[in-house]
Design a protein around this ligand. Structure first.
Ligand SMILES: *Cc1c(COP(=O)(O)O)cnc(C)c1O
Length: 368
């Protein structure tokens, strides 16, 4: 068996020890004689798996008691509708910060339920940065302010938690959750799909301040009403049991690695290695590889870059694949290359990628 270095943006690589434990427990979870997939979600075994996963995540994120943790379904795109339905209340409009493809999707979906106000946008820069906080035109009467903490497609990340005053801050953290410590108390709501940095697709995390639980519009589907989900311990309807089990194993793996501070240090090291290679390419070797993202907004999770000559992208990716470095193709909207460096990507994977970049540059120089 050979495992590749998987740079997928999502669904993404999982830690190998997690996959091994899941394989071992596939037919018989801890003497139950059943696979987790075959258990009643209301039986004692799965209830223990659920409680353990929730307790570990609360601990990892140092989640205050003011906030409720919900395990839901529907993905981040589902939440783009579920959040406005639940948080609009008596308000009419929502403030958005537009930093790329995923914020655009959030804005379009919310416009079905509310007035949307784009308080700042980096569209004019080609979505290569986060608009500086002092340029945001916030409306103090807005239901909430929505940001996308990390734009998975463009590779643009907030290097700060914005202060938006008394209006709740809502963040789509799909692709950066658990990559570093977060001060949950600064957020009204955090949401994200699990398939980037946590576990398998199918599980959606929502962390919501308790005082925001009772604002849902009457049209909100019952299964997506935060109050209902909270009061039923995320079991109003059948939760994605297997995805929750795997996520629990990932939470345990992160704890064993030293928690979110350790993840942050490791992620910073991996990202620095790759961005240094990109910067050196420009400074020392005529810029075969370039990243367009503003330096202080560079994503640690999704590193996007281009080859100076777009025609070199295909041979670069083919050579990468031959070396076991896979799923590096950039999203079709931006093209080029995207290396996703989530928690499960080891430093060795980034080292192998940087070595292949240097080898490819040498080949191009020799051939030109
Ligand atoms: C992947 C992603 C989404 C879409 O998530 P789904 O689970 O497919 O709905 C939304 N926002 C961000 C930031 C993402 O990375």
């Amino acid at each position: 068996m050979t495992r590749v270095h998987n740079f997928s943006a999502g669904p993404a690589a999982l830690p190998e020890p997690v996959l091994r434990q899941a394989a071992e427990e596939m037919l018989d979870w801890q003497g139950s004689g059943m696979s987790v997939m075959e258990m009643s979600h209301r039986g004692p075994q799965f209830m223990a798996i659920m409680a353990d996963a929730q307790a570990r995540l609360r601990r990892l994120m140092n989640m205050p008691d003011t906030h409720e943790l919900l395990f839901m379904q529907g993905g981040a795109l589902g939440e783009n509708a579920i959040v406005p339905m639940n948080l609009l209340g008596r308000h009419r409009s929502i403030d958005f910060i537009d930093t790329g493809e995923w914020s655009k999707k959030s804005i379009q979906e919310a416009a079905r339920y509310a007035q949307v106000h784009v308080a700042a946008s980096s569209a004019d820069s080609g979505y290569t940065r986060v608009p500086p906080r002092e340029t945001w035109q916030l409306d103090p009467g807005a239901a909430y302010v929505h940001i996308c903490s990390n734009e998975t497609i463009g590779g643009v990340e907030y290097g700060f938690t914005p202060d938006v005053g008394a209006v709740p801050l809502v963040a789509d953290m799909s692709s950066s959750i658990l990559s570093q410590p977060v001060d949950v108390s600064k957020y009204g709501l955090i949401y994200g799909g699990a398939q980037k940095n946590i576990g398998p697709a199918g599980l959606t995390l929502v962390i919501v301040r308790r005082d925001l639980l009772d604002r849902a519009l009457p049209c909100t589907p019952t299964a997506f009403n935060y109050r209902v989900v909270a009061d039923n311990g995320s079991m109003y309807n059948t939760p994605p049991t297997y995805a929750i089990y795997i996520a629990g194993l990932v939470f345990k793996w992160i704890e064993d690695q030293g928690g979110l501070a350790a993840m942050a240090a490791r992620n910073a090291e991996k990202a620095a290695l790759l961005y240094d290679a990109l910067d050196r390419s420009v400074l020392e070797r005529g810029g075969l590889f370039v990243t367009r993202v503003a330096r202080d907004c560079r994503s640690r999770m999704n590193v996007t870059f281009h080859l100076r000559d777009e025609a070199l992208t295909a041979p670069f990716l083919a050579g990468a694949e031959a070396r076991g470095l896979v799923q590096l193709k950039g999203h079709r909207v931006v093209g080029g290359v995207r290396a996703s460096l989530y928690n499960a990507m080891p430093l060795a994977g980034v080292q192998a990628l940087v070595a292949w970049m240097a080898e490819f540059e040498a080949q191009c120089q020799a051939g030109s």
